[in-house]
Ligand binder design. Structure first.
Ligand code: DIR
Ligand code: MN
Ligand code: MN
Ligand code: MN
Length: 312
């Protein structure tokens, strides 16, 4: 396979310092070598650079100008890497980067389905959000059914919400705001919370999710993986941890199954904050991130195959 890595040292979608250092922390923990040892052709495109053009302030939506500039540049870069024939691995940064990656994916591939793996639904608008943090809003910005709930957003005209909410499935939810729940019920959004993981098991959950958002097995798949979907015992260095999450084993199983579709074209790995916790917490978290990415890109716990051409 061919993979392109892009780092997005962006943290203005929420208020804690440090998540901008996520990409370099995951690289330092050895991501490239792990992917190379899977026999993948990896190109690291480095970190996104952008210049914010200051624009009008929007109520209850912090740093929209920087978010608009960064995600615009990211969307363009994702399109470029995909057109290069590579699976895009985006290292966040906070989850507002999903605005750029999914926009770029939807502009490149005809049919796209999104798995949003997260403790949170990230489905607020500036009218429903309690925090004003844009990392809690990307799904509402990206989906066409929610377009009417937004005011005009200066600097965001390039981003037309072209994705239907019917093409989005959640896994791992356990901290959903009241209006988010209302929207999930109103639109019948495919949403598997932790209680569903307990009831059906992760294997059933991932296959139920895929059959809802991609019943004919034909779409280009995008996984937006918030590290806080994992239990904070296994991935503690993140800004908004919620106890009672996915085990790393469940996360790996999920990714192995998605890899087996052969249609995974983009993964976001977001919300790793190396400034939260001590060295042990940070190492646990970056190591978990690498295990998740490896599983998504073809590592299997059965062991790899001997490359073709090498016998006895
Ligand atoms: C909350 C928290 N729903 C908000 N969201 C987080 O600020 O809108 N998303 N932490 O990852
Ligand atoms: Mn998130
Ligand atoms: Mn989250
Ligand atoms: Mn390890």
């Amino acid at each position: 396979g061919r993979v392109g890595i892009i780092g997005v040292p962006f943290e203005k979608g929420q208020k804690k310092k440090g998540v901008a250092q996520g990409p370099d922390a995951i690289r330092k923990a050895g991501l490239l070598n792990e992917l190379l040892s899977l026999g993948i052709n990896v190109n690291d495109y480095g970190n996104i650079k952008y210049e914010a053009i200051s624009s009008a302030n929007i109520d209850n939506m912090s740093h929209l100008d920087e978010i608009a500039a960064c995600t615009y540049k990211l969307s363009e870069t994702v399109q470029q890497i995909m057109n290069d024939g590579r699976t895009v691995v985006t290292l966040g940064g906070d989850h507002s980067v999903g605005i750029g990656t999914i926009d770029g994916h939807v502009k490149t591939k005809e049919k796209v389905a999104v798995l949003w793996i997260d403790a949170h639904a990230d489905l607020n608008t500036n009218k429903t959000s309690d925090s004003g943090n844009v990392h809690g809003m990307p799904v509402a910005l990206l989906t066409s059914e929610l377009a009417d709930y937004w005011p005009h957003l200066p600097g965001m005209d390039w981003q037309q919400p072209m994705l239907s909410i019917r093409n989005v499935a959640y896994i791992g939810l356990r901290s959903v705001d009241k209006y988010e729940r209302l929207v999930i019920e109103k639109f019948g959004i495919t949403a598997f919370g932790m209680e569903d993981v307990e009831k059906y098991g992760i294997h059933e959950v991932i296959h139920m999710a895929l059959s809802r958002i991609d019943p004919h097995c034909e779409k280009s798949l995008h996984v937006s993986f918030d590290i806080d979907s994992l239990d904070p015992l296994e991935a503690p260095s993140t800004g908004t941890p919620v106890r009672g999450g996915l085990t790393l084993r469940e996360g790996i199983h999920l990714m192995e199954e998605i890899h087996r579709t052969n249609r995974l074209n983009a993964i976001d790995l977001v919300e790793v904050n190396p400034k939260i916790g001590n060295d042990t917490s940070v190492n646990l978290t970056t190591d978990a991130a690498i295990h998740i990415l490896q599983a998504a890109l073809g590592y299997t716990r059965r062991g790899l195959k001997v490359p073709a051409g090498i016998t006895d």
